[in-house]
Each structure stands twice: as structure tokens, then as C-alpha cells.
Write a protein of this length. Structure first.
Length: 265
């Protein structure tokens, strides 16, 4: 037995026990009761062999194995956006989201807070709207990877009486050279201007979707990523058409909406 363990054990007994105790060799501590309270002698033996079987049986117990399996399962379920493809990104985006956006208009030195409900639906590549958008931009259907319809409705603290509402169809198109890492995003309607728009997208290795869209009077840059499977982050900038100045910068957090019983982030 470790001498330090014996010494420490003896010290604890001397402090806490009502007996008169002394240490002996071979890891033994002999304690004699106070004659006024006890008439017997107590012998306490501290050996390492008494604890070894217990710990060994504990590590091999069914409960321990069950806990190990649960820990392994929890580790396997840990979310990671690493090497996420653009198809995975849009597939995970399907659903209803509650968005809170903080926006800074640099031109007017004005802050704005917008709360929105966003609904993202998957569309078949054979959908008539998807085909129409691809034809409008002379895009071959076999280069389309996926398509969604995104609708939003919200309010701004800048003008509480105004309802911000809209809908757009997005078609993700791959480049021949870029494969599923970069390509074009076709829109039935843009964000900065309510006209059809084409954006250039790419996916980073750590799962960030980067989108650059150029309009006649402005340019937009967005970075969107999943912090968890039910929490998306979005950073957006509206720039001048030449890209030399920033007109508006915003940050959004978007939380997937579940039923009350299953609401987790």
C-alpha cells in the first residue's frame, strides 16, 4: 500500500474518530475506544486488495457499459458542418425559421432591428417555376443541383406599421469546373432590387455558403452557416455597384421552429 495513503488515512481517523488510534506496519491502524463510551477494541485494516476487485467489477458492470454506449452515441450525434456540400446545406435549410436581424445603415448612420418568419420549401427540378427560371438564364437543366422557394414576413422597428413580406425561388446551379463547390444561384427576385438576379456561390470546407450578387445599382455579399443543425447564422453586406463601399451591414440569427415538445437548438 502507498505509505502516503496510509498516512493520510490515519490522519483522517485521528481527526474524525472518537477512538485513540495509532499506525502499525503493513497498512494497519489500531483504534482503541474511549473507555467512558466503549468497552471493545476496533481494528481497522487498510489494504489495496479490498478496493481493486470492486473497481474492476464496476468498470465491467452492465451499467458502465451502458454509459459508455450512451457517451459514444452522443459523440456520434455531435453536429459538424465540415465538408458540407451545397445540396446538404439547402436540404438542412428546409423548414420554418424565426429570424432576428440587426442591421446598420452606414449611409444614414441608422440602426434597424427586424424580426421575421421564414419558410423554406423544397422544389422539384421539374417544377414549372424552376424550368422557367433556367430557361430565362439559358441554363441547362442537367446543371441544376436543387431548388427551393423561400418566403418571409416580418416587421422592423424603423417602421412598425410596414410589413416586410416577399417570396423568391432559388435554383442552385453548378459550374462545370467547380462541381459541387461553386456555381451560380438563379433567383426569381433579388434582395437588394426586386428584379431577377444571378449570384455566384461557393462552399468552404468548414461549411460556409458564400454568395455574391451583382445588381445594376448595388452588390450584395452574404455568408451563411449552421452553428448547429437548428441554428443558422447570416452576415450580409450591401455594397456599391463597384464594390468599393459598404452601404449596409447586418447580422442575422435564424432558429428552426419545432413543436413545443421537441424544441431544441
Amino acid at each position: 500500500m502507498n505509505p502516503a495513503f496510509v498516512a493520510a488515512s490515519s490522519f483522517i481517523l485521528f481527526l474524525t474518530s472518537p477512538f485513540d488510534c495509532r499506525s502499525t506496519s503493513f497498512g494497519k491502524v489500531i483504534c482503541t475506544p474511549n473507555p467512558s463510551k466503549h468497552r471493545s477494541k476496533l481494528l481497522i485494516t487498510l489494504t489495496s486488495s479490498s478496493s481493486t476487485p470492486s473497481s474492476a467489477s464496476s468498470s465491467n458492470s452492465p451499467t458502465s457499459n451502458t454509459n459508455d454506449e450512451q457517451q459514444q452515441q452522443q459523440q456520434a450525434e455531435v453536429f459538424s458542418a465540415w465538408n458540407m456540400t451545397v445540396s446538404d446545406f439547402f436540404s438542412r435549410s428546409i423548414g420554418t425559421w424565426k429570424s432576428q436581424r440587426s442591421s446598420h445603415n452606414l449611409a444614414w448612420a441608422h440602426f434597424e432591428s427586424v424580426n421575421s418568419d421564414i419558410v423554406i420549401e423544397s422544389l422539384s427540378l421539374s417544377d414549372s417555376e424552376v424550368i422557367e427560371i433556367c430557361e430565362k438564364y439559358d441554363t441547362a437543366m442537367d446543371s441544376a443541383l436543387c431548388a427551393i422557394r423561400m418566403s418571409w414576413e416580418g416587421t422592423s422597428d424603423w417602421d412598425e406599421d410596414e410589413v416586410l413580406k416577399g417570396s423568391t425561388v432559388l435554383v442552385v446551379v453548378k459550374n462545370e469546373q467547380g462541381g459541387d463547390k461553386e456555381g451560380k444561384l438563379l433567383r426569381s427576385e433579388g434582395y437588394a432590387e426586386t428584379i431577377p438576379a444571378v449570384g455566384e456561390w461557393k462552399m468552404t470546407e468548414d461549411g460556409v455558403f458564400i454568395l455574391n450578387t451583382f445588381y445594376d445599382r448595388a452588390a450584395a455579399e452574404e455568408r451563411i452557416w449552421f452553428a448547429t443543425k437548428d441554428l443558422r447564422m447570416r452576415v450580409s453586406m450591401i455594397k456599391t455597384s463597384a464594390g468599393t463601399g459598404v452601404l449596409n451591414a447586418s447580422f442575422s440569427s435564424e432558429i428552426r421552429q419545432h413543436s413545443p415538445l421537441n424544441a431544441t437548438i
